[in-house]
Write a protein that binds this ligand. Structure first.
Ligand code: ZN
Length: 270
């Protein structure tokens, strides 16, 4: 089955991973900007990263027949430096017309601090002024519930936002309902050590149905599994779900969400 991974950090992965993903049916993926594992020191560090995301990485993916899309921002972990964050936000428009750029992301909260909220709102303002879609990271573990509530409150108080153009990612059992009920897309991240397993994701599909639901691997430089979406497909098949439902979640839903972005041009595989 062809599938799309809507959240994976391929700059941290090898060409062997690209080859494996291609063999497993991955035809496209989207790569949000994220934390490098260390704080970047200057706006030029981000400019170089955005060049990597919009140019080199898409060429590397295309060698394996995979279409590469991306999202740009300064992540929440670096948002404590509000001055640098503002410089990055002011620079992002240099890249918004590059092919494959789907919007602003992954923005969000990490420790739910005041500075993170300030930088989150300034990203939202940029997205609204430039008519971009938004991909949102919700915090980890004990910070997730409160952080998700804060994010939904901030989004809900901006009347310019079209909710069907916002993806709230890394939802779990205790956060998925308010995200879907408010009209946003929800992403379930399949991680080996935290977030969600394929079985828990399948449970949530059975409870909430496939509408505005995505699954991703969020593969990165830490413990993660870039082939987690095929694991989800297998789990769904094991439970006897029909291929049409599975295909909707792993292929048609990402296309529907991405398709709202002006830079989304997709070559359907034959
Ligand atoms: Zn991520």
């Amino acid at each position: 089955m062809y599938y799309i991974d809507p959240h994976i950090h391929m700059v941290s992965r090898t060409t062997d991973d690209y080859e494996t993903l291609a063999k497993m049916g991955c035809v496209a993926l989207s790569e949000p900007a994220f934390w490098a594992g260390y704080d970047r020191g200057s706006v030029d560090g981000f400019r170089d990263y955005f060049r990597q995301l919009t140019d080199f990485e898409s060429r590397r993916a295309s060698n394996y027949g995979i279409q590469h899309f991306t999202w740009l921002c300064i992540n929440a972990k670096e948002a404590e430096n509000v001055e640098l964050s503002r410089e990055v936000i002011a620079m992002i428009p240099e890249f918004l017309d590059c092919s494959g750029v789907l919007g602003i992301g992954e923005i969000g909260l990490n420790k739910n601090t005041r500075n993170e909220a300030i930088v989150f709102l300034e990203h939202i303002d940029l997205a609204m002024k430039t008519d971009e879609q938004i991909l949102i990271h919700t915090p980890h573990l004990e910070d997730k519930y409160q952080g998700t509530r804060m994010i939904l409150d901030m989004l809900g108080s901006d009347s310019r936002i079209s909710r069907q153009r916002v993806l709230v990612d890394h939802v779990e059992e205790h956060t998925i309902r308010p995200v879907l009920e408010a009209g946003y897309w929800a992403g379930m991240t399949l991680y080996p050590v935290s977030k969600c397993t394929p079985a828990r994701a399948a449970d949530m599909v059975e409870i909430y149905g496939p509408e505005r639901l995505l699954v991703n691997s969020a593969g990165d430089w830490g413990p993660s599994k870039p082939t987690a979406v095929p694991d989800f497909i297998l789990e769904m098949r094991r439970r006897g779900h029909d291929e049409q439902l599975i295909r909707r979640i792993v292929y048609e839903n990402p296309l529907a969400f991405f398709g709202q972005s002006r830079n989304f041009v997709f070559q359907r595989p034959i």
